[in-house]
Design a protein around this ligand. Structure first.
Ligand code: HEC
Ligand code: HEC
Length: 206
């Protein structure tokens, strides 16, 4: 199936979903939504399960969190190098009226765990995720991201996220980028490289 074909099917699925949610969409908006999803799909993949490795998965992500990040890219509050180079431009091609549809679309997509994980690291990451590191004042991540890391509202889903993206965000916080993301910069600065690797390995496996 061509990429266009896939999007066509997705859009059909989306229309069914929108109808079920009583979200109204005109055919003119539907056409623009199709084009937008195709564009975002270059990097995030047709269903938000990722196409290029530095772009995070959007599939299954909280719609509220996605909206917040689109706002942060638009206002340049989110200033990670990759965000600046790629997302500041991308959000200019996203019509404001489509934001609720785009974020709802991705939040409804299925995603699967990454395989080929290092089991030993996964166990270490699991321990930190659930218990935190009390000696460093890092609380358990479950507290905000949920026991299965599925996120909710403004708290992002971390389960099945690309490990290199997760490691990248935590390092970016250590270097002072994406500062408007309370309370994450403080936690990231308290973690060492091995702890970050273990957490990312665990989360990617969920
Ligand atoms: C040229 C590649 C590219 C395109 C096209 C693109 N993105 Fe991105 N996107 C990225 C990268 C890379 C990041 C990670 C930025 C960072 O490291 O902070 C990202 C991050 C995001 C995030 C943050 C997710 C999170 O977990 O915090 C959202 C939301 C997002 N993109 C939505 C979109 C939407 C909607 C479109 C289409 C209008 C789009 N992107 C088009 C590359 C792209
Ligand atoms: C007190 C609440 C809280 C706790 C505890 C917490 N987080 Fe977060 N986390 C957040 C919020 C809020 C955001 C979104 C920030 C934003 O809007 O930019 C976030 C974002 C993230 C992101 C970025 C996700 C993305 O898609 O870009 C990662 C990675 C992350 N947290 C990892 C962790 C890890 C690992 C732990 C445990 C060591 C943890 N968090 C503990 C509240 C929390």
């Amino acid at each position: 199936m061509s990429k266009l074909g896939i999007i066509g099917v997705l859009f059909f699925g989306y229309s069914m979903f929108a109808a079920a949610q009583n979200l109204e969409i005109t055919s003119e908006q539907g056409h623009r939504l199709n084009e937008t999803l195709k564009y975002c799909g270059w990097c995030h993949g047709p269903t938000g399960e990722q196409e290029v490795s530095m772009a995070p998965r959007l599939a299954g992500q909280s719609a509220q969190y996605l909206q917040n990040q689109i706002e942060n890219f638009t206002t340049h509050r989110r200033d990670n190098p990759n965000a600046k180079n790629l997302m500041w431009m991308a959000v200019k091609r996203l019509d404001k009226d489509l934001i609720p549809y785009v974020t709802q679309f991705y939040s409804e997509q299925q995603t699967r765990p990454f395989t080929n994980v290092d089991e030993e690291l996964v166990l270490e990451g699991r321990e930190i995720y659930h218990k935190g590191i009390p000696s460093k004042n890092v609380m358990g991540c479950t507290f905000c991201h949920g026991p299965e890391a599925k996120g909710l509202g403004a708290f992002p889903r971390l389960a099945s996220q690309d490990r290199y993206y997760l490691i990248g965000q935590l390092h970016d916080w250590q270097h002072g980028y994406r500062a408007y993301a309370d309370p994450m910069p403080g936690f990231a600065k308290a973690l060492d490289n091995h702890e970050i690797k273990a957490l990312a390995e665990y989360l990617t496996s969920l």
